[in-house]
Design a protein around this ligand. Structure first.
Ligand code: NAD
Ligand code: UDP
Length: 312
């Protein structure tokens, strides 16, 4: 018996495709909406023969009507090179996409989850980041189309909840990696693995002392689905990330070790406003969702390296 009808925007992307897999596996009916800006049909091709899976090419900046029980709003490019490619479109995707999906949720009384981001904390001045921290974002910088777009989306979510009683859930996702990242996605984990496997130089931006805390995609999907299933009075925002923090140089060295690569490390200029440190405080997720990540970096990287080795 079908449990729920679920809409996943951005479902052909890296995270969205894993979410579609998980929701189908749990017996739900899934509608995947995507405009394929950064996603690929390849990510969901294995689902196309499943009668409980439906694929719709659509842009979230345009209104969309459907009857579902739950909406996961993931549509938005996530890699800095892609979200900066057309900054106005990125902002429209976050803001108009949120308005369209919240309007839909209000009309059909669906529960809706927003894939927000650790980027709402900008270049954080408190460390690790708790949900109560308001962030340190440059509103006119290279990253602002994404950061401010996602911050505005959170504002919209909270106000649709307060004004219209829409059932909302906000998760702030920290750097996530795993199979199905696009090989030219531009984010650090996929860049380093692809470079190492092809014996190309490993490109470290800046001195490599900036930090990130890397989460394997399966842990994110577990946290995301737990958040959707949590009691209605827990709206978030809640951090979903792996608190183990690494410098970018440590990541490069680990990728070289695990791939047995002969690649050399080279330095490139640090992009403007690149956050110097990032680490989630996940006490709230532990308490409210009984969730914490299970897969540590070495294990997750091995799975991800196997994936890239199979497609390159
Ligand atoms: P991704 O780029 O692989 O996936 C985004 C998907 O959204 C793609 O399939 C893309 O084609 C689609 N999309 C973009 N604009 C659209 C539009 N206007 N209409 C319809 N579809 C559109 O990125 P991802 O890593 O899978 O990220 C998924 C979500 O999670 C994003 O909202 C992102 O901001 C958020 N997030 C991801 C991370 C991470 O580390 N992966 C961290 C923080 C937040
Ligand atoms: N980075 C790097 N080399 C690359 C890609 C990224 O050194 O080839 C750095 C980047 O400058 C940043 C970190 O790795 O400090 C994470 O970058 P990513 O684009 O993955 O995500 P975000 O900056 O949004 O966390």
């Amino acid at each position: 018996m079908i449990k729920k009808k679920v809409l996943v925007t951005g479902g052909a992307g890296f995270v969205g495709s894993h979410l579609c897999d998980r929701l189908l596996k749990e017996g739900n009916e899934v509608v995947c909406l995507d405009n394929y800006f950064t996603g690929q049909k390849q990510n969901i091709v294995h689902l196309l023969n499943n009668p409980f899976f439906e694929l719709i090419r659509h842009d979230v900046t345009m209104p969309f009507f459907i009857e579902v029980d739950e909406i996961y709003n993931l549509a938005c490019p996530a890699s800095p090179i892609h979200y900066q490619y057309n900054a106005i479109k990125t902002m429209k995707t976050s803001v108009m996409g949120a308005i369209n999906m919240l309007g839909l949720a209000k009309r059909i009384k669906a529960k809706i989850l927003q894939a927000s981001t650790s980027e709402v904390y900008g270049d954080p001045q408190i460390h690790p980041q708790t949900e109560s921290y308001w962030g340190h974002v440059n509103p006119i910088g290279e990253r602002s189309c994404y950061d401010e777009g996602k911050r505005s989306a959170e504002t919209l979510f909270v106000n649709y909840h307060k004004q219209n009683n829409v059932k909302i859930k906000i998760i702030r996702i920290f750097n996530t990696y795993g199979p199905r990242m696009h090989p030219h996605d531009g984010r650090v984990v996929s860049n380093f693995i692809v470079q190492a496997l092809q014996s190309e130089d490993i490109t470290i931006y800046g001195d490599g002392q900036q930090t990130r805390s890397f989460q394997y995609v399966d842990d994110l999907i577990e946290g995301m689905t737990r958040m959707m299933a949590s009691p209605d009075n827990f709206t978030g925002p809640v951090n979903i990330g792996n608190p183990n923090e690494f410098t970018i140089l440590q990541l490069a060295e680990l990728v070289i070790e695990l791939t047995n690569s002969k690649s050399k490390i080279v330095r490139m200029p640090l992009p403007p406003d690149d956050p110097t440190q990032r680490q989630p405080n996940i006490d709230l997720a532990k308490k409210e969702l009984d969730w914490e990540p299970k897969i540590q970096l070495r294990e997750g990287l091995i799975k991800t390296i196997d994936y890239f080795a199979s497609i390159i």
